[in-house]
Design a protein around this ligand. Structure first.
Ligand code: BG6
Length: 481
């Protein structure tokens, strides 16, 4: 039998989720509120609202999520049957430090993750852990204003030290801040909130505030890397980026420039994480804009000492940008003559995300050429409305087609282009609450969860048709023919 798409021997085939999107149990065992707990449900057209604390007349989909907190053993049984080698989740910071600035951690929270990681390891599944996946303790917003306050550097470093020490023999693969670059790309409330627990005040220069919060996070991340390596030199500690390549729409040189300017906003973060210094294009822009970005010599040193071992990233889609007058699109903030436009060569999913497997190969190449570090695809997948047929089956061939095309692209990057890829953990291996819209019915899973956008359902788990397909991929360590 032909094995055209075979992968490297220790390739980490996995699945990924985040604590706040699966666990539920938002107020048990001493957990504090997190930034995710004050996000209401939205949908394709209505954005999620950020409320001041928890309001009694609002529905918060993350409060129960899929109740993974109480059902993880049952779910891990399915993961084992699937053959997962790795499972990516996050630690909910507010379970460990309910107020964020506590000096003593909450033992019940620590114990939960001990049990979870033990259960994974017993089933032969390697935990891959993100320290901050949109779950900053809410009290750090209320009392300090979130990451625009440099005190959060210390709180994060203490949190990282606490959990890395506790799980030093259980977790080898870590990442610091999930999709840390979202905030600089968007400046919408949701992204600055979930990345940094920051809300803008009137009169704020949004970019300046976001840059300061981001730099504080990058410093906090570097400190965590250094501490982690002291705790266990075998740790592999990565950053976590959202890579959305932005193509020039036309071969007009100005379109090319606009594309590379837009990529800078993403690369800024991985440039600091990987190279340990602030890139000149950023310093220049801050100066030109008159930003007063604060950092100390000690912190610059910390950046140099805390560079990452690998680059974890999510990949869902690509975008395109143009400067041509006759093409309609959304204006780009810091490149006034440019706008983001649809790509006529690509299809989209129901949420308008452009499906582009070649873009994954392109991304793997560009990032590897830039940094020459191992890459880990820790999120990829297709949100879709699934339907249960009369015979109880969920025939999600569109999901299989999406994943298969991306796995092929990844294989080309490895076998033709020589890129070093550690593993692949598709997003939402089990259905979870969507981050962007708060919907349950934007499903990524190959395991279905019976719950709808209003929160109704039995929470029963059911394998979709894609389950058997992914099981075969993992078993064969790749695709056939
Ligand atoms: C990334 C996040 O933005 O993409 C996840 O790291 C998120 O938390 C995923 O769920 C998919 O986005 P969405 O909005 O479809 O849930």
């Amino acid at each position: 039998e032909e094995r055209k798409y075979e992968f490297p021997k220790d390739f980490l085939w996995g699945g990924a989720v985040a604590a706040h999107q699966v666990e539920g149990a938002y107020d048990v065992d001493g957990k504090g509120l997190s930034t995710a707990d004050v996000l209401t449900a939205g949908n394709q057209k209505t954005p999620r609202q950020i409320t001041k604390g928890v309001l009694s007349d609002q529905y918060y989909p993350n409060h129960e999520a899929i109740d993974f907190y109480h059902r993880y053993k049952e779910d891990i049984k399915l993961f084992k049957e699937l053959g997962l080698k790795a499972f990516r989740t996050s630690i909910n910071w507010a379970r460990i430090f309910p107020n964020g600035d506590d000096s003593v951690p909450n033992e019940a929270g620590l114990k939960f993750y001990d049990d979870l990681f033990d259960e994974l390891l017993r089933n032969g599944i390697e935990p891959v852990v993100t320290l901050s996946h949109f779950e900053i303790p809410y009290a750090l917003y209320e009392n300090y204003g979130g990451f625009k306050n440099r005190k959060l550097i210390t709180f994060f470093a203490w949190y990282a030290e606490t959990v890395m020490r506790r799980y030093k023999d259980k977790v080898k693969y870590w990442m610091t801040f999930n999709e840390i670059n979202n905030q600089l790309d968007r400046f919408d409330e949701l992204h600055t909130w979930t990345n940094s627990a920051v809300l803008f005040d009137e009169g704020d220069n949004k970019e300046e505030v976001t840059v300061q919060a981001s730099l504080n996070e990058l410093i906090a991340s570097a400190k965590a890397v250094k501490i982690g390596k002291e705790i266990n030199p075998n740790f592999q500690i990565g950053c976590m980026m959202a890579y959305v390549p932005v193509y020039p729409y036309a071969c007009h040189p100005k379109d090319m420039l606009a594309s590379s300017k837009m990529m800078e906003r993403r690369f800024f973060y991985s440039d600091v994480h990987v190279r340990g210094e602030i890139p000149t294009y950023a310093l220049k822009r801050w100066k030109n804009e008159g930003f007063d970005i604060k950092y100390t010599a000690e912190e610059l040193d910390a950046l140099r000492q805390g560079t990452v071992d690998y680059i974890g990233f999510s990949y869902y889609m690509s975008k395109a940008v143009t400067t041509l007058d006759d093409v309609y699109g959304d204006p780009v903030r810091d490149f006034p003559e440019a706008k983001v436009v649809g790509n006529p060569y690509l299809d989209t999913n129901d949420w308008g995300w452009q499906i582009d497997p070649d873009g994954l190969r392109y991304t793997l190449n560009t990032v590897y050429q830039r940094y020459n570090k191992p890459l880990f695809i820790v999120e990829n997948g297709m949100g879709a409305y699934d339907k249960i047929d009369a015979d109880g089956k969920i025939r999600d061939d569109y999901r299989v087609a999406y994943l298969e095309a991306h796995i092929k692209a990844m294989h080309e990057a490895i076998s033709i282009d020589g890129v070093d890829v550690m593993g692949y953990t598709p997003w939402g291996v089990i259905d979870i609450v969507s981050f962007g819209s708060g919907e349950m019915e934007k499903r990524y899973g190959i395991i279905h969860v019976d719950k709808d956008n209003q929160g109704h359902g039995t929470l029963e788990r059911r394998k979709k048709e894609s389950f058997a397909w992914y099981q075969k991929v993992i078993e064969a360590n790749g695709l056939q023919g």
